[in-house]
Design a binder for this molecule. Structure first.
Ligand SMILES: Nc1ncnc2c1ncn2[C@@H]1O[C@H](COP(=O)(O)OP(=O)(O)O)[C@@H](O)[C@H]1O
Ligand SMILES: [Mg+2]
Length: 351
């Protein structure tokens, strides 16, 4: 079994090892590839521009030592591979054609409302006058098409896929690569390659903001998505209780490590206010976003209440921000969108 916390610990340890050629550590420089942490065994490729030098051998030895230093790790297997010259130097983060800003919407764990927030933020930012799109990168749980009322297969060729347009929002899902009702069985390198390709083959049309619904957690796919793409910033979604907040800490550390700025935390399901009542019930506790803000200095940019129509909107393909644009939940999403835009120095300039 893959143990996510062991994986985090290994990544953190490898982050202390200097890349001999690229003036940074081997995680930041993207030299660590195809990392597997299973049953106390670590395996990865160490991709360096020069593999036969004493420096490369020393780097490999140091990487092995660092990984072995992690508590639950019993064996480490590192294979030195030659990085193609164009991948040498700082990791190549490529812009996504057709999208001025890419926003990664992420969460420490599933079920906190990441997809709901992603889709409604895209609607809210559109309502503020920007052209928006949503890429569903949650390969194992692609919900964006349902939430935005998109069905069927995308048109295009294997090199160029045309996004759907729903409610004026351009939409593409990685889930559309596999037939419905069929579990995704891709693993490791094959999946990473598909994700990378997919990121750059969608024919986005003149977007101000592309929101990417990231897979939950801090695994391979997240790294692949974020290490290769020029991302403006990340929005991290959580719920108020401590168990959710714990996972958010990991997500924040991952983004720090790969130098993606965090635009802010959105606390979803912050409270429930019955219609017609002034009473607020904090069903999942309170203060999660504020704790993260205090701990990391990452601002809490929004609090979204629980609302039955939020779930209904998700199931019917008509997000609450569009169906009830002046209601309390849409207002919360619009405020969140404004706070997010304020954290992007150049956002105003794109209008
Ligand atoms: N603020 C909210 N109020 C009510 N239901 C919500 C809210 N946020 C999310 N949900 C519902 O909770 C479920 C999980 O949300 P989802 O966005 O799919 O989570 P994730 O993408 O993090 O797994 C969905 O049925 C969604 O409609
Ligand atoms: Mg989801």
């Amino acid at each position: 079994m893959t143990n996510p916390s062991a994986r985090d610990a290994v990544l953190q340890a490898l982050g202390t090892v200097r890349d001999p050629d690229r003036g940074t550590d081997i995680v930041r420089s993207n030299a660590v590839r195809e990392l597997r942490v299973e049953d106390g065994k670590v395996r990865f490729l160490l991709a360096l521009p020069k593999t036969s030098t004493p420096e490369a051998a020393a780097c490999r030895a140091e990487a092995e030592r660092a990984a072995m230093g992690v508590a639950s790790i019993a064996s480490v297997e590192v294979k030195l591979v030659n990085a193609p010259p164009e991948q040498a130097g700082m990791p190549g983060k490529r812009p996504i054609p057709g999208a001025r800003h890419v926003i990664a919407v992420s969460s420490g764990k599933g079920g906190v409302g990441k997809s709901t927030v992603c889709v409604n933020l895209a609607c809210a930012v559109q309502a503020l006058g920007y052209r928006t799109g949503v890429l569903d990168g949650d390969i194992y749980g692609p919900n964006v098409p349902l939430m935005l009322g998109v069905r069927g297969r995308p048109e295009g060729s294997s090199e160029r896929l045309f996004p759907f347009v729903s409610h004026g929002i351009q939409v593409m899902s990685m889930g559309m690569l596999v037939p419905e009702d069929q579990p995704m069985i891709w693993r490791g390198p094959m999946l990473n390659k598909a994700v990378q390709q997919f990121m750059f083959q969608v024919d986005w049309h003149d977007l101000d903001f592309l929101f990417v619904d990231m897979p939950p957690g801090t695994g391979d796919v997240q790294l692949t998505l974020t290490q290769n793409t020029d991302i403006t910033g990340a929005v991290v979604v959580t719920t108020p209780q401590e168990v959710a907040v714990q996972d958010v800490r990991k997500a924040i550390r991952m983004f720090e490590k790969i130098e993606v700025p965090i635009l802010g935390i959105v606390e979803n399901m912050a409270w429930f206010q019955p219609p017609g009542s002034n009473e607020r019930y904090e069903i999942f506790g309170s203060g999660g976003g504020a704790r993260i803000e205090a701990e990391f200095g990452t601002p809490l940019i929004g609090q979204i209440p629980i609302g039955i129509p939020v779930r209904e909107g998700g199931d019917s393909g008509m997000p609450i921000t569009l169906s009830d644009p002046s209601g309390p939940i849409a207002t919360a999403f619009l405020e969140t969108a404004r706070a997010m835009l304020a954290r992007i120095p150049t956002a105003a300039a794109t209008r």
